[in-house]
Design a protein around this ligand. Structure first.
Ligand code: PLP
Length: 357
Protein backbone atom coordinates (compact mmCIF):
# COMPACT_ATOMS: atom_id res chain seq x y z
CA UNK A 1 0.00 0.00 0.00
CA UNK A 2 2.60 2.52 -1.03
CA UNK A 3 0.63 5.59 -1.82
CA UNK A 4 1.97 8.91 -2.90
CA UNK A 5 1.25 11.95 -4.93
CA UNK A 6 3.69 12.40 -7.75
CA UNK A 7 6.82 13.44 -5.99
CA UNK A 8 6.59 17.11 -6.24
CA UNK A 9 8.90 18.77 -3.79
CA UNK A 10 8.21 22.31 -2.75
CA UNK A 11 11.45 24.10 -1.94
CA UNK A 12 11.83 27.02 0.41
CA UNK A 13 15.48 28.08 0.42
CA UNK A 14 17.23 29.29 3.50
CA UNK A 15 18.43 32.85 3.09
CA UNK A 16 20.96 32.58 5.88
CA UNK A 17 23.57 29.82 5.65
CA UNK A 18 25.37 28.67 8.79
CA UNK A 19 28.11 27.05 6.69
CA UNK A 20 30.64 29.71 7.65
CA UNK A 21 30.22 29.06 11.35
CA UNK A 22 31.38 25.42 11.08
CA UNK A 23 35.00 24.46 11.64
CA UNK A 24 35.39 21.68 9.07
CA UNK A 25 38.76 20.77 10.55
CA UNK A 26 37.18 19.91 13.90
CA UNK A 27 34.04 18.04 12.94
CA UNK A 28 32.64 15.79 15.58
CA UNK A 29 29.91 13.25 14.85
CA UNK A 30 26.46 14.77 14.62
CA UNK A 31 27.33 18.13 16.09
CA UNK A 32 26.29 20.24 13.11
CA UNK A 33 23.41 20.16 10.65
CA UNK A 34 23.19 21.58 7.14
CA UNK A 35 20.96 24.50 6.13
CA UNK A 36 17.89 22.55 5.01
CA UNK A 37 15.67 19.62 5.85
CA UNK A 38 13.22 17.50 3.90
CA UNK A 39 9.76 16.71 5.27
CA UNK A 40 6.73 14.69 4.25
CA UNK A 41 3.48 14.20 6.15
CA UNK A 42 1.41 11.07 6.39
CA UNK A 43 -2.29 11.39 7.08
CA UNK A 44 -5.52 10.50 5.39
CA UNK A 45 -3.81 7.25 4.34
CA UNK A 46 -1.01 8.74 2.24
CA UNK A 47 2.33 10.51 2.27
CA UNK A 48 2.07 14.00 0.88
CA UNK A 49 3.30 17.59 1.02
CA UNK A 50 6.95 16.80 0.26
CA UNK A 51 8.98 19.88 0.99
CA UNK A 52 12.46 21.18 1.69
CA UNK A 53 12.60 24.05 4.15
CA UNK A 54 15.29 25.80 6.21
CA UNK A 55 16.44 23.55 9.09
CA UNK A 56 14.23 24.44 12.03
CA UNK A 57 12.57 23.13 15.16
CA UNK A 58 9.28 21.32 14.86
CA UNK A 59 6.39 21.78 17.20
CA UNK A 60 4.76 18.74 18.85
CA UNK A 61 1.82 18.05 21.12
CA UNK A 62 2.87 16.67 24.52
CA UNK A 63 0.65 13.69 23.66
CA UNK A 64 2.64 12.83 20.49
CA UNK A 65 2.53 9.03 20.30
CA UNK A 66 6.21 8.57 19.31
CA UNK A 67 7.34 10.23 22.54
CA UNK A 68 5.37 7.79 24.67
CA UNK A 69 5.42 4.45 22.88
CA UNK A 70 8.49 4.62 20.68
CA UNK A 71 6.92 4.20 17.27
CA UNK A 72 10.00 5.57 15.52
CA UNK A 73 12.47 4.46 12.87
CA UNK A 74 15.66 5.97 11.55
CA UNK A 75 18.36 5.41 8.97
CA UNK A 76 21.88 6.68 8.50
CA UNK A 77 24.14 6.72 5.47
CA UNK A 78 26.93 8.86 4.09
CA UNK A 79 27.81 10.95 1.06
CA UNK A 80 31.41 11.77 0.25
CA UNK A 81 32.85 14.54 -1.83
CA UNK A 82 34.44 12.90 -4.87
CA UNK A 83 38.25 13.07 -4.99
CA UNK A 84 38.48 13.95 -8.67
CA UNK A 85 35.34 15.93 -9.46
CA UNK A 86 32.76 18.18 -7.90
CA UNK A 87 30.25 15.38 -7.49
CA UNK A 88 29.07 14.16 -4.18
CA UNK A 89 28.74 10.40 -4.00
CA UNK A 90 25.91 8.78 -2.03
CA UNK A 91 26.70 5.32 -0.67
CA UNK A 92 23.92 2.72 -1.08
CA UNK A 93 20.94 4.99 -0.29
CA UNK A 94 18.51 2.54 -1.92
CA UNK A 95 19.60 -0.24 0.40
CA UNK A 96 18.87 2.06 3.33
CA UNK A 97 15.44 2.84 1.88
CA UNK A 98 14.75 -0.90 1.72
CA UNK A 99 15.79 -1.41 5.32
CA UNK A 100 13.79 1.57 6.52
CA UNK A 101 10.66 -0.02 5.08
CA UNK A 102 11.48 -3.30 6.85
CA UNK A 103 11.83 -1.42 10.12
CA UNK A 104 8.58 0.47 9.45
CA UNK A 105 6.68 -2.68 8.66
CA UNK A 106 7.64 -4.27 12.02
CA UNK A 107 6.22 -1.37 13.97
CA UNK A 108 3.10 -0.79 11.86
CA UNK A 109 4.23 2.34 10.04
CA UNK A 110 3.07 2.96 6.47
CA UNK A 111 5.91 2.38 3.97
CA UNK A 112 7.65 5.21 2.16
CA UNK A 113 7.88 4.87 -1.61
CA UNK A 114 11.32 4.67 -3.17
CA UNK A 115 10.49 7.82 -5.16
CA UNK A 116 9.76 9.95 -2.09
CA UNK A 117 12.81 8.65 -0.21
CA UNK A 118 15.24 8.95 -3.12
CA UNK A 119 13.91 12.26 -4.41
CA UNK A 120 14.18 13.68 -0.90
CA UNK A 121 17.74 12.40 -0.54
CA UNK A 122 18.86 13.64 -3.95
CA UNK A 123 17.27 17.06 -3.60
CA UNK A 124 18.86 17.44 -0.16
CA UNK A 125 22.22 16.44 -1.64
CA UNK A 126 21.78 19.07 -4.36
CA UNK A 127 20.64 21.93 -2.16
CA UNK A 128 23.22 21.34 0.60
CA UNK A 129 26.09 20.01 -1.53
CA UNK A 130 28.46 22.66 -0.15
CA UNK A 131 28.12 20.89 3.20
CA UNK A 132 29.95 17.76 2.04
CA UNK A 133 33.41 18.11 3.63
CA UNK A 134 36.49 17.63 1.48
CA UNK A 135 38.70 16.81 4.48
CA UNK A 136 40.14 13.29 4.68
CA UNK A 137 37.82 10.81 6.38
CA UNK A 138 34.94 13.29 6.61
CA UNK A 139 31.54 13.01 4.97
CA UNK A 140 27.99 14.30 4.88
CA UNK A 141 25.81 12.02 7.03
CA UNK A 142 22.16 11.66 6.02
CA UNK A 143 19.65 10.98 8.76
CA UNK A 144 16.24 9.96 7.38
CA UNK A 145 13.72 9.14 10.11
CA UNK A 146 10.01 8.83 10.76
CA UNK A 147 7.80 8.90 13.81
CA UNK A 148 4.20 8.64 14.99
CA UNK A 149 2.47 12.00 15.19
CA UNK A 150 -0.98 11.22 16.61
CA UNK A 151 -1.69 13.25 19.72
CA UNK A 152 -3.45 10.37 21.39
CA UNK A 153 -2.62 8.55 24.62
CA UNK A 154 -3.53 5.02 23.74
CA UNK A 155 -1.24 2.24 22.54
CA UNK A 156 -2.11 1.72 18.90
CA UNK A 157 -0.50 2.40 15.51
CA UNK A 158 -0.68 6.10 14.75
CA UNK A 159 -2.73 7.45 11.84
CA UNK A 160 -0.29 10.29 11.17
CA UNK A 161 3.50 10.42 10.77
CA UNK A 162 6.36 12.69 9.87
CA UNK A 163 9.18 11.62 7.58
CA UNK A 164 12.21 13.90 7.80
CA UNK A 165 15.71 13.93 6.34
CA UNK A 166 18.46 16.14 7.65
CA UNK A 167 22.18 16.13 6.98
CA UNK A 168 25.19 16.52 9.20
CA UNK A 169 28.82 17.07 8.18
CA UNK A 170 30.80 14.53 10.20
CA UNK A 171 34.33 13.54 11.05
CA UNK A 172 35.31 10.05 12.10
CA UNK A 173 33.19 8.36 14.77
CA UNK A 174 35.67 6.60 16.98
CA UNK A 175 38.96 7.89 18.17
CA UNK A 176 41.36 5.68 20.03
CA UNK A 177 41.17 2.16 21.34
CA UNK A 178 38.06 0.07 21.27
CA UNK A 179 37.76 -2.19 24.31
CA UNK A 180 34.58 -4.22 24.49
CA UNK A 181 32.87 -6.20 27.19
CA UNK A 182 30.93 -9.36 26.42
CA UNK A 183 27.58 -8.74 28.12
CA UNK A 184 26.17 -11.62 30.15
CA UNK A 185 23.42 -9.88 32.09
CA UNK A 186 21.60 -7.26 29.99
CA UNK A 187 20.21 -7.71 26.48
CA UNK A 188 19.73 -5.21 23.67
CA UNK A 189 17.09 -7.27 21.91
CA UNK A 190 15.58 -10.73 21.89
CA UNK A 191 14.46 -13.01 19.08
CA UNK A 192 10.94 -12.07 18.10
CA UNK A 193 11.48 -8.49 19.22
CA UNK A 194 12.49 -5.44 17.18
CA UNK A 195 16.29 -5.77 17.24
CA UNK A 196 16.46 -6.06 13.43
CA UNK A 197 14.59 -2.75 13.08
CA UNK A 198 16.33 0.60 13.44
CA UNK A 199 13.76 1.72 15.96
CA UNK A 200 14.29 3.95 18.97
CA UNK A 201 13.64 1.54 21.84
CA UNK A 202 16.58 -0.71 20.95
CA UNK A 203 18.94 2.14 21.64
CA UNK A 204 17.24 3.11 24.89
CA UNK A 205 17.75 -0.49 26.05
CA UNK A 206 21.48 -0.24 25.34
CA UNK A 207 22.18 2.92 27.32
CA UNK A 208 22.50 1.58 30.86
CA UNK A 209 24.66 -1.48 30.09
CA UNK A 210 26.86 0.76 27.90
CA UNK A 211 27.15 3.31 30.69
CA UNK A 212 28.13 0.61 33.20
CA UNK A 213 30.72 -0.82 30.82
CA UNK A 214 32.15 2.64 30.12
CA UNK A 215 32.63 3.21 33.84
CA UNK A 216 34.96 0.20 33.78
CA UNK A 217 36.90 1.31 30.70
CA UNK A 218 34.98 -0.54 27.96
CA UNK A 219 33.76 1.70 25.14
CA UNK A 220 31.26 -0.81 23.75
CA UNK A 221 29.23 -3.82 24.75
CA UNK A 222 29.52 -7.05 22.82
CA UNK A 223 25.92 -8.29 22.96
CA UNK A 224 25.04 -11.94 23.34
CA UNK A 225 21.76 -13.78 22.69
CA UNK A 226 18.93 -13.09 25.11
CA UNK A 227 18.21 -16.74 25.95
CA UNK A 228 21.56 -18.17 26.99
CA UNK A 229 24.16 -15.41 26.62
CA UNK A 230 26.12 -18.01 24.67
CA UNK A 231 26.24 -16.57 21.15
CA UNK A 232 27.62 -13.26 19.91
CA UNK A 233 25.14 -10.85 18.32
CA UNK A 234 26.54 -7.35 17.74
CA UNK A 235 28.94 -4.78 19.20
CA UNK A 236 27.49 -1.50 20.39
CA UNK A 237 25.32 -0.22 17.53
CA UNK A 238 27.36 -2.03 14.92
CA UNK A 239 27.67 -5.52 13.53
CA UNK A 240 30.69 -7.58 14.50
CA UNK A 241 33.11 -9.70 12.48
CA UNK A 242 36.06 -11.93 13.26
CA UNK A 243 38.90 -13.20 11.14
CA UNK A 244 39.80 -16.60 12.56
CA UNK A 245 42.27 -18.79 10.70
CA UNK A 246 41.77 -16.63 7.59
CA UNK A 247 38.01 -17.19 7.60
CA UNK A 248 35.70 -14.20 7.95
CA UNK A 249 33.03 -15.11 10.49
CA UNK A 250 30.03 -13.00 11.44
CA UNK A 251 26.79 -13.85 13.27
CA UNK A 252 24.01 -14.85 10.87
CA UNK A 253 21.06 -12.48 10.71
CA UNK A 254 18.03 -13.04 12.90
CA UNK A 255 15.17 -10.99 14.29
CA UNK A 256 17.47 -9.74 17.07
CA UNK A 257 20.33 -8.57 14.82
CA UNK A 258 20.36 -5.50 12.61
CA UNK A 259 21.02 -6.20 8.93
CA UNK A 260 23.88 -3.73 8.44
CA UNK A 261 24.62 -2.28 5.02
CA UNK A 262 28.32 -2.08 5.93
CA UNK A 263 28.16 -5.74 6.97
CA UNK A 264 26.73 -6.62 3.55
CA UNK A 265 29.35 -4.51 1.72
CA UNK A 266 32.24 -6.11 3.63
CA UNK A 267 30.94 -9.64 3.05
CA UNK A 268 30.61 -8.91 -0.68
CA UNK A 269 34.12 -7.46 -0.98
CA UNK A 270 35.60 -10.19 1.23
CA UNK A 271 34.19 -12.91 -1.01
CA UNK A 272 35.50 -11.12 -4.11
CA UNK A 273 38.94 -10.98 -2.51
CA UNK A 274 38.79 -14.77 -2.23
CA UNK A 275 38.12 -15.03 1.49
CA UNK A 276 35.95 -17.76 2.88
CA UNK A 277 32.97 -16.12 4.61
CA UNK A 278 30.79 -17.80 7.21
CA UNK A 279 27.54 -16.27 8.40
CA UNK A 280 26.59 -18.48 11.31
CA UNK A 281 26.12 -18.63 15.04
CA UNK A 282 29.38 -17.92 16.79
CA UNK A 283 29.69 -18.82 20.43
CA UNK A 284 31.45 -16.89 23.16
CA UNK A 285 33.46 -20.08 23.83
CA UNK A 286 34.75 -20.13 20.26
CA UNK A 287 35.82 -16.47 20.54
CA UNK A 288 37.65 -17.03 23.81
CA UNK A 289 39.26 -20.24 22.55
CA UNK A 290 40.56 -18.52 19.39
CA UNK A 291 41.88 -15.63 21.46
CA UNK A 292 43.73 -18.07 23.71
CA UNK A 293 45.15 -20.33 21.01
CA UNK A 294 46.17 -17.44 18.74
CA UNK A 295 43.91 -18.26 15.77
CA UNK A 296 41.97 -14.98 16.19
CA UNK A 297 43.60 -12.56 13.74
CA UNK A 298 41.11 -9.68 13.74
CA UNK A 299 37.92 -8.60 15.46
CA UNK A 300 36.07 -5.47 14.40
CA UNK A 301 32.75 -3.66 14.48
CA UNK A 302 31.11 -2.57 11.21
CA UNK A 303 28.68 0.27 10.62
CA UNK A 304 28.08 3.40 8.58
CA UNK A 305 29.40 5.78 11.22
CA UNK A 306 32.83 4.25 11.86
CA UNK A 307 32.89 1.80 8.90
CA UNK A 308 35.43 -0.63 10.44
CA UNK A 309 36.41 -0.31 14.12
CA UNK A 310 39.18 -2.69 15.15
CA UNK A 311 38.66 -4.12 18.64
CA UNK A 312 41.70 -4.07 20.93
CA UNK A 313 40.45 -5.89 24.00
CA UNK A 314 37.58 -8.29 24.61
CA UNK A 315 36.52 -8.68 28.23
CA UNK A 316 34.67 -11.78 29.35
CA UNK A 317 33.66 -12.52 32.95
CA UNK A 318 36.19 -10.08 34.32
CA UNK A 319 39.09 -11.29 32.16
CA UNK A 320 40.70 -9.10 29.46
CA UNK A 321 41.79 -10.80 26.23
CA UNK A 322 43.93 -8.90 23.75
CA UNK A 323 43.08 -8.98 20.05
CA UNK A 324 46.10 -8.74 17.71
CA UNK A 325 46.49 -5.29 16.12
CA UNK A 326 45.31 -5.29 12.48
CA UNK A 327 48.18 -5.82 10.03
CA UNK A 328 48.81 -3.27 7.29
CA UNK A 329 48.04 -5.95 4.69
CA UNK A 330 45.37 -7.65 6.81
CA UNK A 331 41.76 -8.26 5.87
CA UNK A 332 40.14 -5.18 7.39
CA UNK A 333 42.74 -2.77 6.00
CA UNK A 334 42.35 -4.19 2.50
CA UNK A 335 38.57 -4.05 2.60
CA UNK A 336 38.52 -0.58 4.18
CA UNK A 337 40.69 0.73 1.35
CA UNK A 338 38.43 -0.70 -1.36
CA UNK A 339 35.34 0.67 0.37
CA UNK A 340 36.98 4.04 0.76
CA UNK A 341 38.08 4.15 -2.87
CA UNK A 342 34.53 3.34 -4.01
CA UNK A 343 33.01 5.96 -1.71
CA UNK A 344 35.34 8.74 -2.88
CA UNK A 345 35.07 7.70 -6.54
CA UNK A 346 38.80 6.87 -6.71
CA UNK A 347 38.07 3.53 -8.35
CA UNK A 348 35.18 2.43 -10.54
CA UNK A 349 32.25 1.16 -8.43
CA UNK A 350 31.91 -2.46 -9.57
CA UNK A 351 28.78 -3.08 -7.49
CA UNK A 352 26.54 -0.21 -8.53
CA UNK A 353 26.38 0.94 -4.93
CA UNK A 354 26.93 4.65 -5.46
CA UNK A 355 24.85 7.50 -6.82
CA UNK A 356 26.57 10.69 -7.96
CA UNK A 357 24.88 14.06 -7.53
C1 PLP B 1 22.84 0.97 12.22
C2 PLP B 1 23.25 -0.25 12.98
C3 PLP B 1 24.22 -1.15 12.51
C4 PLP B 1 25.04 -0.88 11.29
O1 PLP B 1 24.30 -0.79 10.11
P1 PLP B 1 24.90 -0.03 8.85
O2 PLP B 1 23.83 -0.16 7.84
O3 PLP B 1 26.14 -0.76 8.48
O4 PLP B 1 25.17 1.36 9.27
C5 PLP B 1 24.44 -2.30 13.23
N1 PLP B 1 23.78 -2.56 14.38
C6 PLP B 1 22.87 -1.71 14.88
C7 PLP B 1 22.17 -2.06 16.14
C8 PLP B 1 22.59 -0.53 14.20
O5 PLP B 1 21.69 0.33 14.69
Amino acid sequence: MITADLTNIRIEKSNLSSLKSVDFNALDFGKYHSDHMFLADFNGGKWHDMRIVPYQNISLSPATAALHYGQTVFEGFKAHKAKNSNDIILFRPEKHWERMNKSMSRICMPPISKEIFMDGVIEMAKIDRMWAPSQEGCSLYFRPFAFAMDAFIRVKPSDSYYFIIFCSPVGSYFAGKLNVKIETEFVRSAEGGIGFAKSGGNYAASLLPAKNAAANGYQQIMWTDAKEHKYIEETGASNVMFLIDNVLITPCLSSSILDGVTRDSIITIGKDLGYKVEERKISVDEIIRSLKDGTMQEAFGTGTAAVISPISIINYLGEDYEVPAPKADGFSKKVAKILNDIKYGIIEDPYNWTIRV
